[in-house]
Design a protein around this ligand. Structure first.
Ligand code: COA
Length: 151
């Protein structure tokens, strides 16, 4: 398994992982409307569009995509691991790549909008909890935990 830069051809598989992550891992915490909107926001087309501003990486085993995650100057974006492959260190490997690349870019600190399911993961990665907040989306609202780490 290696962590490499996201390519357009990864979008369909990465989008499926985000969908499964929301529907499987986050179903206990969020309503159906919030999950639906987040899944749509991470369609293959939208991921390709977002990748113009966000530096995304994927975890890949040969041609199979197992996880995705990225960052911009402000925050970590879309860190998801295929539910069948979680708790094997893949998320932390994507995070390590994000942090090392952000450091090379001269970024001093990164925020994360953590789902409730991912709070322990981010705290293990050295992020400190700042506050819970509610994001107003077009058709729904969704609660996240704002977390921050010095890079
Ligand atoms: C959060 C997420 C990316 C973690 O990916 P992962 O590959 O399973 O994480 P790792 O195996 O690298 O875990 C590293 C450590 O984080 C912590 N951790 C990870 N998942 C956890 C969970 N579900 N519950 C509690 N602690 C967890 C553990 O301490 C773990 O170490 P351990 O397995 O030795 O105990 C994954 O659970 C996921 O895709 N979740 C759904 C999507 C999501 O909500 N992402 C956050 C968007 S902001």
């Amino acid at each position: 398994m290696r962590i490499r830069k996201f390519r357009k051809e990864d979008a369909a598989a990465a989008s499926r992982i985000v969908k499964n992550g929301f529907q499987i891992n986050n179903a206990p915490y969020y309503g159906k409307a919030s999950i639906k909107e987040q899944v749509e926001a991470n369609s293959p087309k939208n991921l390709i569009e977002k990748a113009k501003k966000v530096k995304y990486f994927v975890a890949a085993e040969k041609s199979t995509i197992l996880g995705i995650g990225g960052y911009d100057w402000q925050k970590v974006h879309t860190l998801f691991v295929d539910p069948n492959w979680q708790r094997k260190g893949i998320g932390m490997k994507i995070m390590a790549r994000i942090l090392s690349e952000a450091k090379k870019d001269g970024i001093k600190h990164l925020d994360a909008w953590s789902t409730f399911q991912a709070e322990k993961f981010y705290s293990d990665a050295g992020f400190k909890k700042i506050k819970k907040f509610t994001l107003e989306c077009r058709h729904s609202t969704i609660d996240f935990i704002l977390m921050r780490k010095q890079v």
